[in-house]
Design a binder for this molecule. Structure first.
Ligand code: S3P
Length: 170
């Protein structure tokens, strides 16, 4: 049985882009939880937050993670808040190696782009302070990962090679 490779980490750490490139490198399938939520709800993430609220979004996220975590030999890319729900991490760990991607708060803010598409960062006067606050809050959850890889100043290719090497040694 091949374990899944599960990417976790804050927004803007490159999870979705790296999952796609890693999938094509390993010739594995990849699943992006946010994309599946958007497809199944026929709405984008800010719309889902606006109409259903964060709590309902988290329930949908947990249900999809539970479904996908039964697979083996796939890459799963999660939304930044998913690890804060203990049930999600337990499900993902069962069949998966958890790889946490990190970046500095400043890099995260730069990569976040238009904050309207980021409900957890929208409507705040100081997005950098909000990023730091959320990173602090989430640290105990993110630190449950098996592997941590810092993406600051690295190319996608470099990060992918680091993940492949670290997973092989696990
Ligand atoms: C969230 C991160 C987003 C998305 C939603 C909530 C969070 O995913 O799931 O906006 O709570 O950090 P990305 O990390 O893929 O941007």
């Amino acid at each position: 049985m091949s374990k899944n490779i599960v990417l976790i980490g804050f927004m803007g750490t490159g999870k979705s882009a790296i999952a796609k490139r890693l999938a094509s490198f390993l010739q594995w399938k990849s699943y992006d939880i946010d994309t599946i939520i958007e497809q199944e709800q026929s709405a984008n993430i800010p719309e889902i937050f606006a109409t259903l609220g964060e709590e309902r979004f988290r329930e949908i996220e947990t249900e999809i993670i539970s479904r996908l975590s039964h697979r083996t030999g796939v890459i799963i890319s999660t939304g930044g808040g998913a690890p804060t729900i203990a049930e999600n991490m337990l499900a993902l760990k069962r069949n998966g190696i958890i790889v946490r991607l990190t970046a500095s708060s400043e890099t995260i803010l730069k990569r976040a782009g238009d904050l309207k598409s980021r409900p957890m960062l929208a409507n705040t006067p100081d997005p950098l302070a909000r990023i730091k606050e959320l990173l602090n809050e989430r640290e105990p959850h993110y630190s449950k990962a098996d592997i941590t890889i810092d993406t600051d100043g690295k190319s996608l290719k470099e990060v992918i090679m680091m993940i492949v090497k670290a997973v092989e040694q696990t």
